[in-house]
Every structure is written in C-alpha cells, then in structure tokens.
Ligand binder design. Structure first.
Ligand code: FES
Length: 180
C-alpha cells in the first residue's frame, strides 16, 4: 500500500528530464565560464596600432631613417625591411633617389620563400622554385600564382617610413587586391 503511494508521488520522466536540463545547464555554464579566460590566454595579444600603420624597421628591429636609406642605395634599388606583421617588405628607391609611395611584401606567393631582388635582371627571382616578378612585383613567371602584395609607404616628418595596408585596386593588374 505504502509502495503504491510512493510510486504515484515519484516524478515522471518529463520532470526528471527537466531536472537534468537544469542541472547540466548549470554545470555547462560554470565550465564555459572557466574555459573562456583559458582560451583567451592562448590567443596571442594583438600588436596594436591597428589603422595607424607600422614603422619600417631594420634587421635589428630599429626604425629606418628614410634619408639614409635613399642616400646609401642606388636609384632603382629595393631594400628589405621589417613591415606589417613583421613581414619582410621592400622599400623601393625611385630613380630620383626618393622612396616610392608603395612597397612590396617579399614573401613569394608560391610557398612563401623570401624573394631576393636581382638588380642585374631588374627582377625579383625566387631561389626556391624559380618564380619571377618584375620590378613592380608583378608575377612574370610561375609557379607563383599571384603578384607580390603591395603596401602603402609614407615618409613622416621625422624621416621614418610608415607602412599601411594596401586596400585600393592593384595598379599592376587593375584588379582588387588578392591579399585583403
Ligand atoms: S616559393 Fe618561390 S617559387 Fe616556390
């Protein structure tokens, strides 16, 4: 008799499931709360300065003096510097020994080797698989599928070279930039 009344009072399946949802929901909430800062911890901090540009640096990480770079190199030279996100980036010395308004990301669009400038051929020639780019970084021989990425280059009053992302049309191909 007592047993019959116990089972009549026992919560049915729907009620049990409701309690399960409440209990596991709370546990999951606590776990997610604890996990969030852990996941954030492993994401590297941003370099900052978004939108303001990045100062070109030399191999020791020191800002480059635009006047010295132009004076120390021949017209038409391309000088390797550290650019946006630490990417190796060429400063282009123009024929009148000033700094061009664009620079080139030196990472080969094939598999990512750094492409050296060959002044005697007036080209960038990748030593890894032989891709070639003309003096403006436009691809002229594969296997590289795309031209070198452009960056905007500006010289500040303090004679520093500042790179900003190139989001305009690629003047070499007349197409939207593939790197944005
Ligand atoms: S990485 Fe430059 S050609 Fe392959």
């Amino acid at each position: 008799m007592a047993q019959a009344s116990d089972s009549a009072n026992a919560p049915n399946m729907g009620r049990r499931q409701f309690m399960n949802v409440m209990a596991f929901g709370t546990v999951t909430g606590v776990a997610l709360g604890a996990l969030y800062p852990v996941v954030r911890y492993f994401i590297p901090p941003s370099a900052g300065g978004e939108g303001e540009g990045v100062v070109a640096k030399d191999k020791l990480g020191k800002p480059i003096d635009a006047g010295n770079v132009a004076a120390e190199h021949d017209p038409g030279d391309r000088v390797l510097t550290q650019g946006i996100d630490g990417d190796p980036t060429y400063v282009m010395i123009t024929e009148d020994e000033s700094i061009a308004s664009y620079g080139l990301n030196a990472v080969c669009t094939h598999l990512g080797c750094i492409v050296p400038w060959d002044g005697s051929q007036n080209k960038f020639v990748c030593p890894c698989h032989g891709s070639q780019y003309d003096a403006t970084g436009k691809v002229v021989r594969g296997p590289a599928p795309k031209s070198l990425a452009l960056v905007n280059t500006e010289v500040t009053e303090g004679n520093q070279i500042v790179y900003t992302p190139w989001e305009e049309t690629d003047f070499r191909t007349g197409q939207a930039p593939w790197w944005t």
